[in-house]
Write a protein that binds this ligand. Sequence first.
Ligand code: PEP
Ligand code: MN
Length: 358
Amino acid sequence: MIIMHKDATQEEINHVIAEVQKLGFKADVSRGESITIIGVIGDERNIPFHQLSILPGVKETRMIETPYKLISREYNADHATNRIIHAGEVEIGGKTPVYIAGPCAIESKAQLFRIAEEVKKAGAHILRGGIFKPRSSAHSFQGLGAQGDSEAREALTWLRDAGRMFEMPTITEIRGETKVELIAEYVDILQIGARNMYDQDLLGVVARQGKPVLYKRHFGASVEEFLSFSEYLAVEGNKDIILCERGVLPTGKGKSFTRYTLDLAAVPAIQEETYLPVIVDPSHATGRRDLVYSMSCSAMAAGASGLAIEVHYNPAESWVDAAQAITADELKNIIDTCNRLHALAVENRKKAFNKPGR
Ligand code: PEP
Ligand code: MN
């Protein structure tokens, strides 16, 4: 990264950007209240730091040692500030927590509209609904989108219209590169599911749509890998990345009694490393509706910026993930409790927010 002097002029900044580009690299700009940092994107072996460090207005050049650079706090010109992501009227990563809710899979227009109305009343901000489902079995329902292009468009239209009707921005998962543009036409936030965390080609195409991305941690990924792969979104110039912890797999023998192990320590650990908002998905993490409340509360206490929760008016009859769906009444109870917990956790946060050794 190239750190500009506090009093560097706009011409000097533009000149540095032009020089970076002339050298065959992409330039990324992190503009803070008092300083500007320019990120040099490309094969790091070939960056001529000495050549860049003598340009007018440059204070110093420095290599960011972690593999996640553009999303790191170190690169953020306003080091301690967090990124607030906007989706319609909703702010993710702002002062109050954000709730994403809706069915695991969209089953019909009536199902989606009924759930949308209920979750809105319960206090949700963003409407989710799966159209292309990642399933373990090729013989299970794959989502309405998998039935053909016209079915996909129809379901996407319902999602868009339900979002408009109940005033919630919308989100759905994108599973393959071929569907990115179609989905981006209809929804406000693009979701990359846990299974596709490592698909760097998909990440590139999704990021280039210029919409916020909800990026879920793979169940086998370390936090470092999760952050490193987020960088494939950031290098496309899109830093509207919402990171989502949704559970990892334990390695021991025997039953865990939960679908995955919710790694809640990852929430504050990630917040130390990056300025991006982190949310938690207690539904997929536990796979059990009786645990969703407790894990939601715990996520708030850990400092999460929000929750993604699967809701159905008849949970046991959900076509997908029936065991973890909750009702809108239960969601309301979670939201009411979590709003209070979030305020409390954030209020006393500064005292605890201190990386060992820093
Ligand atoms: C989902 O949110 O619909 C989903 C399938 O979650 P994950 O990718 O975390 O398994
Ligand atoms: Mn699901």
